[in-house]
Design a protein around this ligand. Structure first.
Ligand code: ADP
Length: 677
């Protein structure tokens, strides 16, 4: 080869080589750059992964510590140092053994804690689990797991979790469960469809079923057929979110026995507040109900016996009244003869006085029992208080004079009117005045004062007598109550006067109260009654009848009809002594016939008669004889309704037994003689 060619060839090779080298270098550089890029990427990814791990590590609520097998601290999170309250200084050392005393100091039992750690280091178990009780009451759970790298143990990860709240919640539930179990009441939960889900011991005691027998079954097994409608109503109410409080009903036990229960039910809600079931407490109130029913029965028994007592009193008073009539007549007969015989005069006076006393007692008894039974309608009219007071004073004066007491009366200058039954209100004032006379020593003072107080009037009856203990001021108004109830007591009476006073005052819309500074300090009774405005004074009925009674025929034909022969005959005799022509009959039919035969001017007719009662007899007599004769009812029953019935039957007058003789004489004076006599 020519040198030039050689040279050329050499150059060409050199050029080629250098090009190859350049290309190789460029390739190598490219690969290096790629590798570097990949490395940078990997590094970045690693850094990101590390950062994520770190963030995860820090954001967990557990405290985490990583140690190597020699006990050197490799990593820990903030949470770990905070849970144990580790100071900065300790954290510098990175030696687990250095940290342990500071950690142990938190424990309720530091020695046990340290011993356990030593054990873990010594035995190196794969995992551990301990519950740590701290001195401040917190509770931690500690887990640890061995860490391995490529199959080799390289250390341990310690994990600490504060479970104080969870434990407390758990304990709370535990306590609640214990409470539920120990309750005497049945505590049951059920679904909104009424399927039983829990059943405590109380439920077993109350209903007799065990939990195993009823859980999963419908609550309706406890409900008696006639009350089955209650369940849907209860469930509907619960679905609306309402509570059911102390609903009293009946349920059935396993043994079929019915029990009374008081049910309280409320909705069970989930975390979101949705109603998911019903909790129900059923209390067995069978016993309480039985006592309640028994009490009600006893109240009924008491009411019934009280009613029977009132009825008995009414009959007693009525029966006691009947014999008084002939006795009074007999006394009157004796009186007509007493002119010649002073001893007879004295005896008739005694009889009169005692009869008056007995009549008053019997009347009070009859009144009180009839008022208690609501059988005393008032004859209310517009009446001047002075009329009432005067009539009461007329009745009381003889008593007060006899007892040797001084009576003063004070009244306002102007007139006061009441809407009242004058007879009944006089009775009230008379009762209070007679009590004052009864319970005051001779020489004592009694005052009767009336005063206005707005639209009310106060009637005060005050005495300087034996007084009343403070604790008796109210109960003396109760029936049969007497302060001195010993048998040796010096005053007569049944203990009903004040009961009557209170009843009558109440019927007039008023009140009565007693006052006393104590025994021997005197007493005061204050009656408070509503007043009405002043009007022209009505003509008094008494004045009118007085006028009428001024004259009358001296001899009458009088038929006396009474099934009590004593009553009839004594009255016949008495009337005969007064110069009247008389005849007696002893039953209703006989009365009708006697009226035919005898053609009386006046018939005194008892009501309770055999064969034909007094009303019927009166009707028949009236039918035959028209208005020619005077018909007078003589009866034990003197109430307004009795008077009305007797008026309807054709009676002209109605007298209650025993008849006040003066009153009868007054009526006889108004009676006419029949035209054909
Ligand atoms: P009675 O007088 O028949 O016993 P009352 O019902 O009138 O019945 O009175 C009940 C009781 O109240 C009397 O027994 C008496 O103890 C007491 N009492 C009533 N009025 C007076 C009074 N003016 N002073 C003291 N005690 C009185």
């Amino acid at each position: 080869m020519a040198p030039d060619d050689q040279d050329k060839q050499l150059r060409a090779v050199a050029l080629k080589n250098s090009q190859t080298i350049l290309a190789a270098r460029q390739r190598a550089e490219g690969e290096r750059d790629r590798a570097q890029g990949a490395l940078e990427l990997k590094t970045k990814e690693l850094a990101r992964a590390l950062a994520t791990m770190r963030a995860t590590f820090e954001s967990t609520t557990d405290g985490i510590l990583v140690t190597d097998s020699g006990g050197h601290v490799e990593a820990f999170n903030q949470r770990f140092t905070r849970l144990w309250g580790l100071p900065e200084a300790i954290l510098q050392s990175m030696d687990h053994q250095q940290w342990l005393p500071a950690i142990a100091a938190n424990l309720a039992d530091p020695a046990a804690f340290s011993a356990r750690i030593a054990e873990i280091y010594a035995t190196a178990p794969d995992t551990t689990f301990d519950v740590l009780q701290l001195a401040d009451g917190r509770v931690f759970e500690r887990f640890s797991t061995v860490q391995t790298t490529e199959g080799e143990r390289t250390g341990r990860v310690w994990n600490v979790r504060d479970v104080t709240e969870r434990r407390q919640e758990h304990e709370g539930r535990f306590r609640l469960a214990a409470l539920v179990e120990s309750s005497d009441d049945a505590i049951i939960s059920k679904s909104l469809e009424g399927v039983i889900s829990t059943w405590n011991d109380g439920a077993q005691r109350v209903f007799g079923y065990t939990a195993a027998e009823v859980v999963g079954k419908s609550i309706t097994i406890l409900i008696p057929p006639d009350r089955i409608h209650e369940e849907p109503e209860i469930l509907a109410q619960i679905r609306r979110g309402d509570r059911i409080n102390h609903f009293e009903t009946e349920r059935v036990r396993k043994d079929g026995g019915r029990i009374d229960v008081s049910v309280t039910a409320s909705p069970i809600r989930d975390d979101e507040g949705r109603i998911i079931g019903v909790s129900k407490i059923a209390r067995d109130i069978t016993q309480a109900k039985r006592i309640e029913r028994e009490n009600l029965r006893l109240v009924e028994v008491l009411k019934e016996s009280d009613r029977r007592k009132d009825e008995f009193l009414a009959i007693l008073a009525h029966e006691l009244r009947n014999p008084l009539a002939p006795i009074r007549n007999a006394a009157q007969i004796l009186r007509t003869r007493s002119g010649e015989d002073p001893e007879l005069g004295w005896a008739t006076e005694v009889m009169d006085r005692q009869l008056a006393q007995m009549t008053r007692l019997v009347d009070d008894l009859l009144d009180v029992s009839r008022i208690s039974r609501g059988k005393v309608p008032l004859q209310q009219e517009r009446v001047d208080l002075a009329t009432i007071i005067t009539s009461a004073l007329d009745g009381a004066r003889p008593l007060i004079e006899k007892a040797g007491q001084v009576l003063t009366v004070a009244a306002p200058a102007h007139r006061i009117f009441l809407h009242a039954d004058p007879v009944r209100l006089s009775q009230v004032v008379l009762n209070l005045l007679s009590n004052a006379a009864k319970y005051t020593n001779p020489g004592g003072r009694i005052s009767l004062t009336t005063e206005e107080d707005g639209e009310w009037v106060l009637i005060r009856v005050k005495d300087s007598g034996i007084g009343l203990p403070a604790d008796r001021l109210d109960d003396i108004f109760e029936m049969f109550v007497q302060v001195d109830s010993s048998l040796e007591r010096s005053h007569s009476g049944l203990g009903i006067g004040l009961t009557l006073v209170r009843q009558l005052v109440a019927m007039h819309g008023g009140t009565v109260a007693a006052q006393s500074d104590g025994p021997d300090k005197g007493s005061e009774f204050i009656v408070r009654l509503p007043t009405v405005g002043a009007l022209d004074e009505p003509r008094s009925a008494a004045a009118a009848s007085e006028e009428q009674a001024s004259s009358g025929p001296s001899t009458l034909r009088i038929l006396v009809v009474d099934d009590s022969r004593d009553s009839a005959e004594s009255l016949v005799l008495l009337l005969r002594l007064l110069g009247h022509e008389t005849r007696a009959a002893y039953d209703g039919l006989e009365a009708v016939h006697a009226a035919e035969d005898f053609r009386p001017d006046v018939v005194l007719l008892d009501i309770g008669l055999p064969k034909l009662n007094g009303y019927e007899a009166a009707r028949r007599i009236r039918e035959v004889h028209g208005a020619d004769l005077t018909l007078i009812a003589l009866t034990g029953w003197g109430q307004a309704e009795d008077r009305r019935t007797s008026r309807e039957a054709g009676f002209d007058h109605h007298l209650t037994k025993p008849v006040e003789f003066e009153v009868l004489l007054g009526l006889l004076k108004t009676a006419k003689k029949r035209p054909n006599h």
